[in-house]
Ligand binder design. Structure first.
Ligand SMILES: CC(=O)N[C@H]1[C@@H](OP(=O)(O)O)O[C@H](CO)[C@@H](O)[C@@H]1O
Length: 502
């Protein structure tokens, strides 16, 4: 560990000597903790980081909008527009790859859940399903089930390792939560948690912000910090050791996420892609999703915070949105592409500026909670590697089947615990209806399946299917066809056995 003198010199040469201004007031213990924190800073890169942040905030990059064009529809694979035959072929290919241990999933779970307003990792959130399951549990059970489906299709036992990228905020609680829940029945050695880097928040004049007298205001380096974290934590080596060639990367907050989706994996593998993105049709112009489009001819994502409202509102001749391919943060990468990024491109990732209210101590040592934005956080985005791809593909899926993110606290009109819960329940009611089950409310009245909550249908029935029973609606005939079931009803493993025996 560098000494105090070395750290002091490093800070001085980065123009950040103020970081130690309260050093004389700190206790021995506080000094040790602070020095440890400072020792982890990239002191060499600090000057550049602070200058870049201040410069970027002072003169935001010119808008890209005039260089945008949509990805032509014929270049987008689509669940809705593809023949059943192709979908089956892709699914078969995906299941084959899974059965051969070639597929892993990687969860981006380093975020702070600020909009949702919780102090713990989003994955630990319980949206109020009848089963009370958290997002982490739902995801763990989907991994379990997809392994089982691939195994029963190909007769070989297989593993889909689960890589979980956390941050300083989420690692400890996530580890504890998994342990307390016995890893949700998964083999602990197949769950690999690692931490992304944190970087200092900076004032508009390029000074590192002190959050406390002995603590710098640090923030995760964005979900694009993934590529540095893969290197820092030797994740690519782990993938290689396990024989994982394809990685499905996804965001923690989408309750409908199809982990290691065999159709998506199979589609990307069949097309020889090194990189792929799932999209849904945007629900409305201002929806906070990035759009997959071309910038100066190169496919990439333009984030919702970096596109002009006028551009999002553009419509084609048929009234459809021109920039319609909404990014749902479900990405496909080959291991060799990730290796290439790690070796050659990760230093070239764009830095995005977020201006935030960052609590700080003023020069007199008072704690201040700013009422106006005062700080710059620099973030990298996970999709900014798309332009480095040699064969990038886009796959459009059906929103009601695959996308309902949890972003906001209840009370918000969209992307809240209520909308997430209703989307999942609506899907499960539909699966039941599709195999000819009838659902009753608690008074015995017949309920009609709700096609889509977001399309303004009524509330779905309290009918939930455990992912351990069905991954995506398969295997339900022998359990549900011709049955009449009173809700609330949770079709878990136990219930499934009872129904099968009846
Ligand atoms: C940097 C990044 O990955 N942004 C993603 C991500 O947005 P957040 O608002 O950061 O959660 O998830 C959205 C989908 O839920 C996606 O549309 C968007 O592009």
């Amino acid at each position: 560990m560098p000494s105090l003198v070395e750290v002091k010199q490093g800070l001085e040469s980065a123009g950040q000597a103020h970081v130690l201004q309260f050093w004389p007031e700190l206790s021995e213990e506080e000094r040790t903790v602070f020095l440890q924190e400072l020792a982890q800073l990239d002191l060499q890169g600090l000057k550049e980081h602070c200058e870049t942040a201040a410069k970027a905030a002072a003169s935001p990059p010119a808008s890209l909008d005039q260089h945008l064009e949509p990805v032509p529809p014929e270049c987008i694979g689509s669940v809705r527009r593809s023949d059943r035959k192709f979908l089956t072929e892709w699914e078969n290919e995906g299941l084959l790859q899974i059965s051969e241990n070639h597929v892993g999933v990687l969860l981006l779970a380093g975020g702070q859940g600020t909009r949702l307003g919780v102090q713990y990792p989003k994955g630990m959130y319980n949206v109020g399903l009848p089963s009370g399951k958290t997002l982490y549990q739902i995801q763990a059970e989907r991994i379990h089930k997809i392994q089982e489906l691939a195994e029963s299709r190909h007769g070989s036992k297989c593993t889909v390792p689960w890589y979980i990228m956390t941050s300083e905020f989420t690692l400890t609680p996530t580890e504890k939560f998994f342990k307390e829940n016995n890893y949700f029945g998964l083999e602990p050695s197949n769950i690999v948690m690692f931490e992304q880097r944190m970087i200092p928040s900076v004032t508009f004049d390029g000074k590192v912000i002190l959050q406390e007298k002995g603590k710098i205001a640090m923030a995760p380096d964005g979900n694009g910090g993934l590529y540095q974290a893969l290197v820092d934590n030797k994740v690519l080596e782990d993938m290689k050791k396990r024989g994982v060639e394809y990685l499905h990367v996804y965001c923690v907050d989408n309750i409908l996420v199809k982990m290691a989706d065999p159709v998506f994996i199979g589609f990307c593998v069949s097309k020889g892609a090194d990189c792929g993105a799932k999209v849904v049709e945007k629900a409305y112009p201002a929806e906070p999703v990035g759009v997959v489009c071309r910038v100066r001819g190169v496919s990439q994502v333009v984030e919702y915070s970096e596109i002009q409202p006028e551009t999002t509102e553009l419509r084609g001749a048929g009234g459809e949105l021109v920039y319609n391919a909404g990014n749902i943060c479900n990405h496909f990468f080959t291991r060799s592409f990730l290796q290439d990024v790690a070796e050659n491109f990760k230093g070239q990732l764009k830095q995005h500026v977020a201006i935030k209210k960052v609590p700080f101590v003023d020069t007199c040592g008072n704690q201040v909670k700013p009422t106006k934005p005062n700080g710059i956080k620099m973030e990298k985005f996970v999709f900014d590697v798309f332009p480095f791809s040699r064969n990038f593909v886009v796959f459009e899926v059906v929103r009601e089947d695959e996308f309902s993110p949890l972003k906001n606290a209840d009370g918000a009109a969209t992307d809240s615990p209520t909308t997430a819960r209703n989307s999942l329940l609506a899907q499960h009611c539909q699966w039941a209806a599709a195999v000819g089950a009838t659902l009753l409310d608690e008074h015995g009245n017949t309920l009609h399946p709700t096609a889509s909550v977001s399309a303004g249908g009524g509330l779905p029935a309290q009918f939930e299917i455990s992912p351990l029973v069905s991954y995506f609606g398969e295997g339900l005939e022998q359990l549900l066809t011709g049955r009449t079931l009173k809700t609330p009803f949770v079709l878990d493993d136990q219930r499934a056995k009872e129904l099968q025996d009846q």
